[in-house]
Design a protein around this ligand. Structure first.
Ligand SMILES: [Zn+2]
Length: 284
């Protein structure tokens, strides 16, 4: 079994996690930029973090045979802090980097006017840089937050097929399914989505445009819940090919739209994998 975790915060994990992931068949990850727990106080703090996401962390991952890519953004929570907002001016420089495969995580935390502004500006950056967008949905008032998210996405002019709306559950999956956007699910040990609930969602809504991640970070989370979900799928009668589609080919297709997904080292392919793209046009 080969697994691609499309949303995991390896910065907050140890080498033990990389070793366990590698042994479980995780060959590729995408690490979205997010907050650090402790509030940042200036844009330079973001610059160091972004550099680490595209330099140090891929190096760490490679030691365990895992391909690492990143998404770059001002996260929704810190979009509310006037000390952090100037980072929006730094983003274009990072969005041109090789291992950056989307703009994200963007979206809503508390649905403030400041978050509206940062979300709209960063969707525009995704269009301008021809990158997909990874959109976080709020943990409180999820249905309203998801509806609002989809309205802003539609107004931005970005193609729905280039947007993943993440942290969905039974209440919000239908809305995103109908929008044409990709549906992201974060599987957690105790709260939110569990492997058995995920299997039920796959039975109801199918495998198309579905991304399953562990979203592992500093909180109680588990990088191997992707594997556990795969095992729950097989136990429920899904085939090996179904599992491969959801846990490998779907994330390859979604992030492949960046034209920058390079899985050469982990798949043994002789050419980079730019699946499902719309290869990024040079020099525009
Ligand atoms: Zn996250």
């Amino acid at each position: 079994m080969r697994i691609f975790d499309p949303h995991i915060h390896m910065t907050s994990r140890t080498t033990d996690d990389y070793a366990r992931m590698s042994a479980a068949g995780v060959l590729a990850v995408v690490e979205p930029a997010f907050w650090l727990g402790q509030p940042r106080t200036n844009p330079g703090s973001f610059a160091d973090y972004f550099d680490s996401l595209i330099g140090w962390e891929p190096y760490r991952a490679a030691q365990f045979g895992i391909a690492h890519h990143a998404t770059i953004a001002l996260n929704p929570k810190e979009a509310n802090d006037p000390r952090c907002r100037p980072v929006l001016d730094l983003l274009p420089r990072y969005l041109d980097k090789d291992r950056v495969v989307a703009v994200g995580e963007i979206g809503y935390d508390s649905m403030t006017p400041e978050e509206d502004d940062a979300f709209e500006r960063q969707l525009a950056l995704a269009v301008e840089h021809e990158l997909p967008a990874l959109v976080h949905t709020p943990h409180r008032d999820k249905a309203r937050g998801t509806r609002r998210t989809l309205e802003v996405v539609a107004a931005s002019g970005i193609e729905p097929g280039r947007v993943a709306v993440d942290h969905l559950n039974e209440v919000t999956v239908g809305l995103v399914h109908d929008s044409g956007c990709w549906m992201g699910f974060s599987i957690y040990p105790q709260t939110k989505m569990s492997p058995p609930r995920m299997v039920e969602i796959l039975r109801t809504h199918g495998l198309e445009r579905v991304l399953i991640n562990s979203a592992a970070d500093w909180g109680v989370s588990d990088p191997l819940l992707t594997l556990e979900t795969a095992e729950a799928m097989l136990a429920a009668g899904f085939t090996d090919d179904d599992v491969d589609r959801v846990l490998w080919r779907n994330p390859v297709e979604f992030y492949g739209q960046s034209g920058r997904l390079d899985l050469t080292d982990v798949t043994g392919a002789t050419e980079p994998t730019f699946a499902g793209s719309s290869i990024k046009r040079g020099g525009e």
